[in-house]
Design a protein around this ligand. Structure first.
Ligand code: GDP
Ligand code: GDP
Length: 441
């Protein structure tokens, strides 16, 4: 076997989907500089390729099957296992003409379990008619399919461009998982008091978490076996803190803290109520897609008001709050400070959720059955999760214009209920399959 430092890309898939054809197309392409071609070993073909300045080795596993007869299913799985072991990245090739075959589903479920980067390739998209069909392959749960045609050479540039782009990123180092939390709010709402209350809590062990990305201005601690990094707490923590001007917290530093965080604890002064600056910070947190808990602080001063009514009033004032938990806290007495902390980890986990293909297929079906959509003859053709943190979904429709604001809200609420996304901003994009045409050059 050849040994070099280039990332190795294995082309895998069931027989006859066009793996060898894709390999040959890439190797034969004028744009790809073939550094050293097909050092043929017994059962594989290798080629070192340079694309957009990035070097990588592609491996055609197609020859492996061709060399032997007999139990194809076993051979394909064997081939896949070898590829998974050896390759850094995989092109999982399927066939638009044949559609999704049981073996594709089997291989996809195998591949989803690996930590390798997978590019789902739908081959034989020679023309428009196969393009719509290619959308089906979203349901394999491997992200957006790349529609290509080895025969015409279309779509492959796009695939290689994305590959070259992704190769840049160094593999993530093994890190202890920690949730990064920003404590934010206007001056004097009680951030420093809240922080002190958190850190004085005996079950909180302040700790330096090895291997995690953190700044010296951050504070680490462990609470109930989970790691937390409070972001940019230097300004909050020390007596020497600058009492910032009122608009500081819409300023650069807190924005940076929010951007770096996974979750935000947003403090408002329960005595003063919700101010415009508060709403501005909250909007920013939501826009940045961070998990969010609203803390109404200084609740000891407002003991007479009922929490439920107060919460309703807040939502009435700022409707965006309706999707986020509101906790009533006194940093002075420590009341509910723990309950606030206890919310963070579950929200963090929820924000990272990746819905499986079965779940997405079920949601798609249920949405299509709803009166709200059915009576308007709106049909969702495909549904994928594009990313997590925040969860972002792409809903494929034939005609996006058919949606009004009401239906959009309806769909968003449906997602919120299905996943219980309280505390998590979510994104829903609408797309028409025809738009995918840009993939095919
Ligand atoms: P492998 O077994 O996965 O390596 O598949 P091959 O590359 O040997 O291709 C299998 C068959 O599909 C051959 O007959 C190819 O000519 C055909 N094929 C490959 N790519 C395409 C394509 O993009 N469009 C069409 N229509 N046929 C293709
Ligand atoms: P920061 O500027 O947001 O960090 O706010 P501080 O933590 O410095 O608090 C501002 C003022 O509010 C101080 O005088 C605190 O003692 C007071 N304070 C903070 N939290 C509470 C609380 O829960 N109850 C009461 N009564 N006062 C509080």
């Amino acid at each position: 076997m050849k040994k070099n430092a280039y990332p190795k890309i294995a082309i895998v898939g069931r027989p006859n989907v066009g793996k060898s054809s894709i390999f040959n197309r890439i190797v034969g392409s004028r744009k790809a500089i073939v550094e050293s071609a097909s050092g043929t070993t017994r059962d594989r073909l290798y080629a070192d390729i340079k694309w957009k300045g990035k070097l990588f080795t592609i491996v055609d596993t197609g020859g492996f099957e061709a060399a032997k007869e007999g139990d194809i299913a076993r051979l394909v799985l064997g081939q896949l296992n070898a590829a998974i072991k050896e390759a850094d990245i995989m092109f999982f090739v399927t066939d638009a003409v044949a559609g999704i075959m049981p073996q594709d589903i089997e291989l996809a479920s195998r591949l989803r379990k690996t930590s390798k980067r997978i590019y789902l390739v739908v081959n034989k998209v020679d023309g428009k008619s196969q393009l719509i069909k290619a959308m089906e392959f979203f349901e394999l749960g491997l992200g957006e399919p790349y529609s290509v045609s080895a025969t015409n050479g279309t779509g492959l540039e796009n695939l290689l461009d994305d590959l070259a782009h992704d190769i840049e990123k160094p593999a993530a180092a093994e890190e202890i998982e920690a949730v990064k939390v920003a404590i934010v709010g206007r001056p004097n709402v009680g951030k420093s008091s809240f922080l002190n209350s958190v850190l004085q809590e005996e079950r909180v062990i302040v700790h330096s978490i090895a291997g995690t990305t953190r700044d010296s201005v951050d504070t680490d601690f462990i609470y109930k076996d989970k790691h937390y990094i409070l972001i940019d707490t230097a300004g909050i923590r020390h007596d020497t803190k600058i009492k910032e001007s009122a608009d500081f917290y819409s300023g650069v530093r807190s924005k940076e803290a929010i951007r770096r965080a996974d979750a935000a604890i947003m403090l408002i002064d329960g005595f003063e109520g919700l101010k415009e600056d508060d709403s501005r910070i909250i909007s920013f947190i939501i826009k940045e897609g961070k998990a969010l808990v609203i803390v109404v602080n200084k609740w000891d001063l407002t003991e007479s008001s009922a929490a439920a009514q107060y919460g309703d009033m807040l939502v009435k004032k700022a409707n965006m709050l309706k999707n986020y938990p509101i906790v009533f806290v006194s940093s002075k007495t420590g009341r509910n400070v723990n309950s606030t902390l206890a919310l963070i980890w579950p929200l963090y986990e929820k924000s990272k959720i990746v819905a499986g293909p079965e779940k997405l297929a079920e949601i798609r079906k249920n949405l299509n059955n709803l009166n709200e959509l059915a009576t308007k003859r709106i049909k969702i053709l495909f549904l994928i999760q594009k990313s997590a943190q925040p969860p972002a979904f792409v809903v494929g429709l034939r005609d996006v214009k058919a949606l009004n604001d009401n239906t959009r809200r309806y769909i968003e609420n449906f997602f919120r209920q299905e996943f219980d996304f309280t505390g998590i901003p979510i994104r829903i994009e609408y797309s028409e399959p025809e738009k995918q045409e840009s993939n095919v050059k």
